[in-house]
Design a protein around this ligand. Structure first.
Ligand SMILES: [Zn+2]
Length: 362
C-alpha cells in the first residue's frame, strides 16, 4: 500500500470540523500554489542566499496529484481548484519546470502562471505565456540580476516596465511577491506599487502574502498610502497575521481579497508567533530535521507540540478572526474564497484564449 502523503491527526479533524468546515464555502479557488517535480531541480543549490530556507523542509516536490490529494485530506467534502505555478531558480531546468506546469493546464485543465525571467523581451514573454496556455506570470526576486545585493532589490528589477506593458495590454495576471526587508511598509515598494497602479490599470496584479505583512511591524503606513488604489488585489497566502488581513480587507474590500495557500508549505504543522518584528514558526521537535540554523523556526514538545495543526488551518483560522471582526457576510467569505478567484481566472482566460481555453473551472 502506498504511504499517505502526510498524516491527518485527531487535532486536525477537530479544528476542521469545529472551526472551518461550515465557515468555508463548498467550492474554493486557491490562487497561490507551487507545483514542481524534483527531477528538474538542480541537486545541490549553489545559489547565493537571498531567500529563507525553511520551506524546503516541508516537501521535496509537489506534483499535481499531491496537490490534489492535499485538498482531499485537508478539506473533506469541498471542491478546490488551484491556480498553479512552479518554484525555481536559474540553476534548475526551468524550461522543464515551466513545461510541466503547462502540461497540467493542457492535459488536466488546471489554470496556471509561468515563471518569468526579467531579461526576456516583451514579445518573448507573450509568446512563452500563450504557447504554454498560461494566464500570466509569477515573478520572484531570486531571478533579479545576480550583481544586486538582496537588500537592494526593487520590484522593477525582476518585473521590468517592458514586460508590465505587455501584461497590461493583454490583461494578464501577475503574481507578485514584493522584495526588501521593510516588506509592505517599505517606501520604495509602496512607491513602485503606486506606479504600477497608475501606469498599468488593466494588469491583474496580486500581491502575495498581503505584501509579506507577516508581523505588525511589516505594515508601516502602507494601509494609509495604498487606500486610494482601485485595482491591486491581495492574497493572504502563508500568513496567520489577522491584523494584516483585517487592515487589508478594510482597505480594499472583499472583492479585491483572495484566498491563497502557498502549498505545499502549508502542510507544515506549526503555529506562528511574532517576536521583535520577526515571525517564528513553532514546530514539533524533530519533525523538520535540524532547524537550529534558521531564525524563523523554533521547536516545542509535549502537549504544546500535540496541539499544533496545519499551517493551512492556522491561516484560515486567522482569516476567520479577521472576517468576524469586520462583520463579513457569508457572501463576502464566498467571494474571497471562491468567486473572486473564479472571475479572475475566467475573465483572463476568456480575454487570452476565448473559446479555445483549456481551463476547466469549478
Ligand atoms: Zn509562493
Amino acid at each position: 500500500m502506498k504511504e499517505e502523503l502526510f498524516e491527518v491527526r485527531d487535532i486536525d479533524r477537530k479544528v476542521y470540523r469545529e472551526e472551518l468546515a461550515s465557515f468555508l464555502p463548498d467550492k474554493m479557488i486557491d490562487i497561490h500554489t507551487h507545483v514542481w517535480l524534483k527531477q528538474y531541480r538542480k541537486k545541490e543549490k549553489q545559489e547565493q542566499k537571498r531567500t529563507v530556507t525553511w520551506p524546503s523542509l516541508v516537501a521535496e516536490d509537489n506534483p499535481l496529484e499531491d496537490l490534489q490529494r492535499t485538498y482531499e485530506l485537508m478539506f473533506p467534502g469541498k471542491q478546490v481548484l488551484p491556480l498553479i505555478f512552479s518554484s525555481l531558480t536559474r540553476e534548475d531546468d526551468w524550461e522543464a519546470l515551466n513545461g510541466y506546469i503547462s502540461q497540467c493546464t493542457v492535459k488536466h485543465g488546471v489554470p496556471s502562471l509561468m515563471y518569468a525571467f526579467p531579461e526576456w523581451s516583451g514579445e518573448e514573454l507573450f509568446s512563452r505565456v500563450t504557447e504554454g496556455h498560461h494566464l500570466g506570470i509569477k515573478v520572484y526576486l531570486n531571478l533579479s540580476p545576480a550583481y544586486l545585493p538582496r537588500k537592494e532589490i526593487r520590484i522593477f528589477d525582476f518585473i521590468p516596465h517592458h514586460q508590465l506593458k505587455v501584461l497590461n495590454q493583454h490583461k494578464m495576471i501577475l503574481m507578485l511577491h514584493i522584495p526588501r526587508d521593510g516588506r509592505l511598509g517599505d517606501p520604495v515598494n509602496i512607491a513602485q506599487m503606486l506606479e504600477i497602479e497608475e501606469k498599468y490599470p488593466d494588469l491583474r496584479v496580486i500581491y502575495a502574502h498581503i505584501g509579506r505583512a507577516y508581523c505588525p511591524e511589516d505594515f508601516g503606513d502602507a494601509f494609509e498610502l495604498l487606500k486610494h488604489t482601485k485595482h491591486l488585489t491581495f492574497d493572504f497566502s502563508a500568513t496567520t497575521q489577522d491584523e494584516a488581513m483585517y487592515r487589508a480587507l478594510d482597505m480594499v474590500g472583499p472583492q479585491r481579497f483572495l484566498f491563497g495557500s502557498d502549498l505545499p508549505i502549508l502542510r507544515m504543522r506549526m503555529r506562528r508567533i511574532c517576536e521583535d518584528g520577526r515571525y517564528i514558526n513553532i514546530v514539533p521537535k524533530g519533525m523538520y530535521g535540524d532547524v537550529s540554523g534558521d531564525p524563523n523556526m523554533r521547536e516545542t514538545d509535549g502537549s504544546d507540540a500535540e496541539s499544533l495543526t496545519f499551517f493551512m488551518y492556522e491561516e484560515l483560522r486567522a482569516f476567520r478572526r479577521a472576517a468576524e471582526r469586520l462583520g463579513l457576510s457569508r457572501d463576502d467569505v464566498e467571494a474571497i474564497c471562491y468567486k473572486n478567484g473564479r472571475k479572475l481566472i475566467a475573465d483572463t482566460a476568456e480575454g487570452l484564449y476565448g473559446a479555445s481555453s483549456k481551463i476547466s473551472l469549478i
